[in-house]
Design a protein around this ligand. Structure first.
Ligand code: NAD
Ligand code: DAU
Length: 363
């Protein structure tokens, strides 16, 4: 794909968890890309994630501090750079936050995606509709709702979102698909399972639990702890995204998953064992912090992905073993406690305190 030797790619949300890993992955391994990272730097975005990169990699990186809801900014950006493709990750991403404050999810995930589609379409049409342009929307398996004990989500599973977060991602998927069908914009969607790895904000299960273990705080388990998620190492996800971006078919959807289904309690117990060993604590010390709390409202019971389409059609499959990648993730956090301190802003601490107070009040 692409006619020129260095391709200009717009990545939105590139200062967040997956975005940071994706931008670093591209800068490190793909000298044929110039990455433009558009990020509003909400509580979840950290521009310092690229400070350690050497200058030769930074020369192919441009950071734009801005909001995907800002139509004027988008128009100026596209007019200045005429991107060869867009990988759209910017979003409000945390389910619990969507329960306490759904409006931001509608604004960014639905409204922002719409503005990005509109700007992409205008520039694409002004350039005579190049067919090798790609708009890749990075979405979630949560749009499919919940599974029972058996079965897998396929690309044909009907949408059935449970939370304001997943409803907003479902709506944005529909807009993306509609822009493909109505205007011919070359769009693609990936629906991926739970990611873990470096740079994940410590409100999500794995980093939250491992930091609480270090700080000897309670380890909150929602409900009975038997909800199941399919876990994918973030680098596997980055490779899947690049595979789809470069070789996926316009108009198609691809499910992405790690084939690593685990109950939440199994994840927490695994982290407890790893951390007892790493911190030199007696075996069983960290598990003593496990605390069952009120369930998340609308909590989906089980997610599991059939990733057969992306494997059979594009040749991608997850490479990392869950056990090894979880150990590596723990190692990354232990080596980067300075990063943790710097991302735990006042806003985050205020939010988490309110959330805990609310949950305690419900018990
Ligand atoms: P994240 O919350 O860590 O990062 C989101 C980024 O988007 C942040 O840098 C934030 O500053 C930026 N952002 C938020 N609102 C913005 C706006 N209005 N304009 C510009 N930038 C804005 O999220 P993540 O976990 O890295 O997820 C990235 C994408 O992948 C999301 O679209 C999410 O729905 C999807 N996804 C995530 C997972 C997962 O397990 N984390 C799994 C499947 C899909
Ligand atoms: O499935 C993909 C989705 O995975 C992404 O689209 C979302 O952006 C991402 O946040 C993630 O959503 P989850 O809700 O599954 O992730 P979270 O880490 O919040 O929770 C994982 C599971 O652990 C879930 O069943 C709820 C539970 N949980 C979570 C937290 C934060 C707890 O039991 N205790 C907790 O403190």
């Amino acid at each position: 794909m692409f006619g020129e030797s260095v391709k200009k790619i717009l990545i939105t949300g590139g200062a967040g968890f997956i975005g940071t890993n994706l931008v670093r992955y591209l800068l490190d391994g793909r000298p044929d890309y110039h990455v433009y990272n558009l990020d509003a730097l909400t509580y979840a975005g950290h521009p310092g994630n690229f400070d350690d990169l050497p200058d030769n990699l930074k020369s192919r990186y441009t950071f734009v501090h801005g909001d995907i809801r800002d139509a004027k900014l988008l128009e100026e950006l596209f007019a200045a750079h005429h991107f060869d493709g867009v990988m759209h990750l910017a979003a409000e991403s945390h389910v619990d936050r969507s329960i306490t404050g759904p409006e931001a999810f509608v604004d960014t995930n639905v409204g922002g995606t719409f503005q990005l589609l509109a700007a992409s379409l205008r520039d694409w049409q002004a350039r005579d509709c190049p067919q090798d342009f790609r708009f890749l929307h990075v979405s979630t398996d949560e749009v499919y709702g919940s599974l029972g004990d058996r079965g897998l989500f396929t690309e044909k599973t009907p949408y059935d979102p449970s939370s304001p977060y997943s409803a907003s991602k479902a709506a944005s998927d529909h807009f993306v698909r509609a822009y493909g069908r109505t205007y011919g914009l070359p769009v693609m969607i990936t629906n991926c399972s739970n990611n873990y790895g470096p740079y994940q904000f410590p409100e999500k299960l794995i980093p939250l639990i491992l930091l609480n273990i270090i700080e000897e705080k309670p380890l909150p388990i929602y409900g009975d702890g038997k909800n199941v998620r399919d876990w994918l190492y973030v680098i596997d996800h980055c490779e899947a995204l690049l595979t789809v971006f470069e070789t996926g078919k316009s108009g198609e959807t691809y499910n992405v998953g790690g084939g690593a289904e685990r109950q939440n309690i199994e994840i927490v117990q695994a982290l407890c064992s790893i951390m007892d060993e790493r911190l030199g604590r007696a075996f069983g010390t960290s598990a003593g912090l496990i605390t069952y709390v009120t369930d998340r409202p609308g909590h989906d019971r089980r997610y599991a992905i059939d990733a057969g389409k992306i494997k059979n059609e594009l040749g991608w499959q997850a490479r990392y073993s869950f056990e090894k990648a979880l150990e590596d993730t723990v190692g990354w956090y232990l080596d980067n406690m300075g990063w943790v301190d710097s991302v735990r802003s006042g806003d985050y601490l205020k939010w988490i305190e309110l959330n805990y107070q609310k949950r305690q009040g419900e018990q």
